[in-house]
Every structure is written in C-alpha cells, then in structure tokens.
Design a protein around this ligand. Structure first.
Ligand code: HEC
Length: 315
C-alpha cells in the first residue's frame, strides 16, 4: 500500500521497550515518531516529542529537545545515524550506568491510576498491568487494528479488489490469531436489524420475495457464514449488517448494486463467483431482509440486484 498517496497515517509500532546498539530503550521509538512526524505520517493522537518517555529519554541522554527535533527534520537520519548523533552529543560515548539508569526509569514508570485504569479498560488488559511500557504497546496494537479495519473497509468498497490484498488481510487475521477479525469495536456496536422500517422512498425500492430470502438464509449458512458470522456479525470477513455496514455505506455511497456486484464476483473468498446466479440473488435477498428491507411481490434477480441504485443501509 502506498501510505502517503492514500493519506494513511502510521502507528509507531516500535515499543518503548526496544533498544538499539547503544542499549537505551525508547530511543528507537523516539526516532520512529520523529521520522514519521516530519514525513507527515505519524498517526493522529501521537506526540512526536512529548513530555513523558520522550522527554525522559532526551534528558537522560543529555540531549536538547529542539535540537533533536531539528536534526531529524533536516537530516532524515537512519536509526544508526540518529544513534551516532546521540553519541556525538555525549562526546562519543555514554556510560553503561547512565544507560541502565535510564532504562530502569522507563521500565519502572507506571501510569497514574486513573489513566492506567482507562487504558486497561480499553485494551482489555488485566488490572495488575500498570506499567506504561506495556499499556502503551497495547494501545499501539489496538490503534493498528482499527487502522487495518478501516483501510480494509475502504478498500473493499473501491471494488477494484485485488486478490493479493484480500490474502494479506486474511493472512494478518490468521497470524494475529484474531478469529473475530472484523473490527471488534465496530462489531460490538452492530446490532442485528429487524424488518420494521419502511423504505425511505418508493423510487429507491428494491424488491425480493420472502421465499427467496428463506432460500438465501440456507445458501448464506452454507457458503458465507463461516467467515461473516451466522448473524452477519462478522468474523474473518467484515460484518454485513449493523453499524459496520452503515459506516461503510455512508463513506462510500454504497448501493445494493455495488455490494451485490462485489459479492457475486469476489465471494466466497475461497471460490469467487462459484455459486449459481439465483443463489447469489437469494443471498442478497436474505442480506436485505436481515438489514430491515421489507419483502415485496417480485423476486430479486441477478440483473435487478446488479443494477440496483438503492442505498445500502442497515435499519
Ligand atoms: C473464507 C472466508 C470468506 C467467505 C467464505 C466469504 N467471505 Fe465475504 N469477505 C471475506 C473477507 C476477508 C472480506 C474482506 C475482503 C477485503 O477487505 O479485502 C469479505 C468481504 C465481503 C463483502 C464486502 C464487505 C462489506 O462489508 O460489504 C461482501 C458483501 C461479502 N464478503 C459477502 C460474502 C458472501 C455473500 C459470501 C458467501 C457467498 C461470502 N462473502 C463468503 C471473507 C469471506
């Protein structure tokens, strides 16, 4: 992915516990944040040189904040060039004791109780985890997780879906062991929708039959549920209902036709376009029913689904 071109920001994933050759922890993270910041790529909400670990590191290694920032801005150093700069500011070497004292200070630093409690809660870490290094790392990983989900959903809706990226996304889910990789936060908010809200406008109506939706339920269960969840709540694949669907739909003006084109050509992921056309139409009927669209007199066909300009929205 070309991060700069898509305006994607990057989460500084180097933990504060990581050291480079001179042995000072947090220094690689400071370098990474400064480097990302000056390239305009540092993820929102991250300080490039904050008052916490950043300043502790700067102070412990005898540096000056403004100088460090300016050095990275002007020289774009590699990490080794950055370490050399740090050493140069110390006359060529830093004593082992100084490094150890710094590392001990970072490792021993706990967040204030209320902040620690907030971070434990949002990451799901146990209450005995109070050290800032671990809690910050968990926060980074959660941030990465939400970025990946957001970019995956944008990407799906460009409809120019490339197999390689699907594989990468799926592979990540497996590597990360995230069996419910479907934006847990979004999915948690997504409530099953029921058919009780009328269509906004008759012109935008999409018709499917109740029988068809029942056929669709079976076909969905056999071909899609393993990845998108029995209740369309998401799993390895994104949720096809609720808040996730709406966020996606709103951002991309997703229509029934867009979604149907995508699923009939790219899904099931492991065997794209392998089902009979009527089955795809039936599955779409079921997805519509599940998301609150009322059944009509006419059945949905492959062609009417493909052409539908009705806005996709979970009611
Ligand atoms: C092996 C797992 C797997 C199976 C089986 C599967 N999907 Fe998917 N599906 C995915 C993944 C992963 C994505 C996200 C692809 C991406 O982001 O690049 C996806 C994306 C989608 C999307 C677009 C995302 C959205 O939120 O609108 C739709 C629609 C969809 N699948 C429908 C289906 C349907 C219908 C079936 C059954 C015929 C099916 N899928 C079977 C894994 C699967």
């Amino acid at each position: 992915m070309n991060t700069a071109a898509t305006g994607q920001k990057i989460v500084p994933l180097v933990s504060s516990s990581v050291a480079g050759p001179i042995g000072a922890i947090h220094l690689p993270r400071l370098w990474a944040k400064l480097t990302l910041h000056h390239a305009g790529l540092l993820s929102e909400g991250y300080d490039h040189a904050g008052t916490g670990f950043d300043q502790m590191t700067i102070d412990a290694l005898g540096l000056k904040r403004d100088d460090v920032i300016a050095f990275v801005k002007e020289k774009h150093p590699t990490y080794m060039q950055f370490e050399k700069y740090v050493l140069d500011q110390n006359g060529g070497s830093i004593s082992k004791e100084k490094i150890e004292a710094h590392n001990g200070a970072i490792r021993g630093f706990n967040h204030a109780d209320d902040l620690a409690a907030k971070m434990q809660k949002s990451s799901g870490a146990h209450a005995h985890i109070k050290d800032a290094v671990t809690l910050n790392t968990l926060e980074d990983l959660d941030e990465l997780h939400s970025h990946i989900n957001a970019s995956r959903q944008e990407h799906v809706m460009t409809l120019g879906l490339r197999r390689a990226s699907v594989t990468a996304v799926t592979a990540f889910a497996l590597i990360a062991g995230a069996s419910t990789f479907g934006s847990s936060a979004l999915n948690a908010m997504s409530k099953p929708a029921h058919a009780h809200v009328a269509m906004a406008s008759a012109a935008g109506a999409v018709s499917y039959s109740a029988t068809q939706a029942a056929t669709g339920l079976k076909a969905y269960g056999a071909n899609c549920a393993s990845c998108h969840g029995e209740k369309l709540e998401g799993g390895v694949g994104p949720a096809l209902s609720g808040a996730t669907l709406n966020t996606l739909a709103k951002n991309t003006h997703l229509t029934v036709g867009d979604m149907f084109t995508f699923m009939s050509q790219q899904m099931p992921l492991n065997a794209p376009a392998s089902l009979p056309k009527e089955q795809y139409a039936a599955i779409m009927a079921y997805v519509l029913k599940y998301n609150g669209y009322p059944a009509g007199s006419k059945a949905l066909t492959y062609a009417s689904a493909t052409d539908s300009k009705v806005v996709m929205k979970s009611k």
